[in-house]
Each structure stands twice: as C-alpha cells, then as structure tokens.
Design a protein. Structure first.
Length: 339
C-alpha cells in the first residue's frame, strides 16, 4: 500500500524552509521533497524522502506517483522574476510547463486513491500590472480581480497558472462522458514581497528589502536598485508559511476565490532603510536605481486588499512592520551572522 504523503517542490527555497519545519511537527504524514538542488543539512533530517530532480521530468513524477499516495502538494518550484526576464523561454518551461506537470500529477493521484488532492500554489503580486505611477498611487488596496495585466514573464506565468489551476479544479475535460473536474483542489496565495531571516534572497524583484538587511548584517555595502519612495506590500516569512498552512486546512466550501491576496505591511524602500540603519548604524545603504527593475516594481500595487482571505479562511498576520523586525528578523539575523 502506498504511504500517505505531502509533496513539496522547490523545497530548498525561502518558503520551503519554513514549510518543512512546520510540517515535520506532524509525524503521521510522510514529507517528500523535490528540488533541483540538495536540501541543506538542517532540512534533510526533517523529511521522509529527498528527491533531487526537475519538475520537468515526467518519468520522475510517475515514479513518485507509483510509490506514494500524495494527498497534499505545495508547488513552490519556480524561476523567479528577475531571472525570468533574462531567460523568458526557460521561465515559461519551468513555471508553466512544470506547473502543468504537477497539476496532472495531482489529477492522477486523485484518480488512483479516490479523493481530491489539495494543490497549494504560491502566486505573486507580479500577477498585477498597473500602467503608470499615477494609476499605482490612486489605485489604493487592489482586489484580486483588478489590474491583472502583468508586464513580466514571471507575472504572466503566475497568472496563467492560476487559471490552469482553476481549470483543473472546475472544468477539466468538461466534454468527457464522465466528469473529471474537482479532483484537484487548487488553492493559490498571491504573495507580496516575503522577508526571511533564515535564507538569503534569491533573485526576486521585491528582494531589495531583505537584501538591505542581509547586506547590513554582513557589513557589506548595498546599492538599492529602486527609488526611496518605492512602495509595495510585504510580509514576514513565518506569516507566509502560516498562510499556506491555513489555506490548506480551510474547508473547501468556505473558499470563494481560486487565488487570494495576503499582506501585512507596505513600507517605502526608505522606511525599510531607516529601520535597518537603526539596527546597524554603520551600514552603507545607498540608491543606484535600475530603471528597468524599477519599472517592474512600479507596475505592482502599493497595497492589496486581503479582505477575502480574512473572511474566507481567517487569515491574520502576526507580524506588523515593527514586530517583523524586532521580534523575528533582528534576533534571527544577529544569530545567523554573529552580529
């Protein structure tokens, strides 16, 4: 008999670190991880099986299908926003074709063990695309159904994959003799910028916030690539992990959207800089604006409306801006870098 399990793709990334730690608290369900790189030494002992490989490898996914009864998928693997603009075709292959492979994997899993497979998908504020700074500043907190015209390959990938998930959940093979939809229970979170103390930023266009902090803690100069007045929503990584766990646990009947906004605070870049300088007064944080990356960030909302997540599944972040730095980021950063 195949063992019940949860599958985490892209498990070695920022979200995966927190998610594995949280899931490992329940020993009843096996944890399988899939990543192109090996897990670090702190994570590997927490998982049942670590698989090094690609989400584009269908044969690998078929082997996992045969060995495990996967009831829950956290599909975190993706090529991030900055890299995706450099190699857009590769981004499409990883972010779209890889997601399609995992959706089909979940569909087959559900067909073999007779109940829906929950599929948790981290989307992004990159799914939005506001046409101008004026529109951004007057839009206020943007709802999920507004301004969904992304300007980046990453944003297009995320928005399309939300629609693919919706298709599998509601309309899959709708012309077949027997209904095939509903076997993938797709649930997405549109994350803002995520700030983590445990992992080094890995190429996201919103990473200027955590990059400031990590550079200051290491005594390195940091030229921030956006203007001081740049403003987008952020949240601390523990709240991001909790959001995925809470959404996974929510009763299906309570959910009204395929993809939900979440957020915790939305400081300007210079507000983040001032907080970092308060903790590390000698930090060398300057501004060298990259107009191309600035243009991408300017197309994202200053804030998002997360009222649907709060109403449907009780989302409520624990960390506001002050608590995120004082209670989470600074103690962990000082421990990490011995400062």
């Amino acid at each position: 008999m195949r063992r019940p399990a949860v599958l985490i793709t892209g498990a070695g990334g920022e979200i995966g670190h927190g998610l594995i730690t949280k899931l490992s608290e329940d020993p009843a369900r096996a944890i399988i991880t899939l990543d192109v790189n090996p897990l670090d030494s702190t994570l590997a002992p927490l998982v049942t099986r670590e698989v090094t490989g690609s989400i584009l490898d269908r044969n690998l996914l078929d082997r996992l299908l045969a060995e495990y009864q996967v009831e829950l998928v956290f599909h975190l693997a993706a090529l991030l926003s900055t890299r995706s603009e450099v190699v857009p075709m590769t981004a499409h292959q990883v972010n779209v074709e890889g997601t399609l492979n995992l959706l089909q994997f979940a569909q087959k899993q559900a067909e073999t063990h007779g109940k829906p497979v929950k599929f948790l998908y981290p989307s992004s504020i990159a799914a939005y695309g506001l046409p101008s700074l004026e529109a951004k500043r007057t839009a206020g907190a943007v709802r999920e159904d507004r301004w969904a015209q992304p300007t980046t390959m990453y944003g297009c990938n995320k928005l399309y994959c939300e629609q693919l998930g919706r298709y599998y959940a509601r309309h899959y093979k709708q012309l077949s003799a027997e209904g095939q939809a509903g076997r993938v229970d797709f649930r997405a979170v549109r994350f803002p910028g995520l700030i983590s103390a445990m992992t080094v930023p890995s190429g996201g266009t919103s990473d200027y916030g955590p990059e400031m902090l990590h550079a200051a803690a290491q005594g390195e100069a940091y030229p921030c690539f956006v203007r001081p007045d740049t403003r987008i929503p952020f949240m601390a990584m523990p709240d991001g992990v909790d959001a995925l766990m809470q959404l996974a646990a929510a009763p299906r009947g309570h959910l009204t959207l395929p993809a939900y906004n979440v957020r915790a605070f939305n400081p300007s870049a210079d507000e983040i800089r001032q907080i970092v300088l308060k903790e590390f007064p000698s930090a060398d944080i300057t501004y060298e604006v990259d107009q191309r990356r600035q243009g991408i960030v300017d197309s994202w909302p200053e804030d998002v409306d997360d009222s649907a997540a709060r109403a449907d599944w009780g989302f409520e972040p624990k960390y506001d801006l002050k608590r995120a730095f004082e209670d989470y980021l600074m103690p962990a950063i000082r421990k990490r870098y011995g400062r």
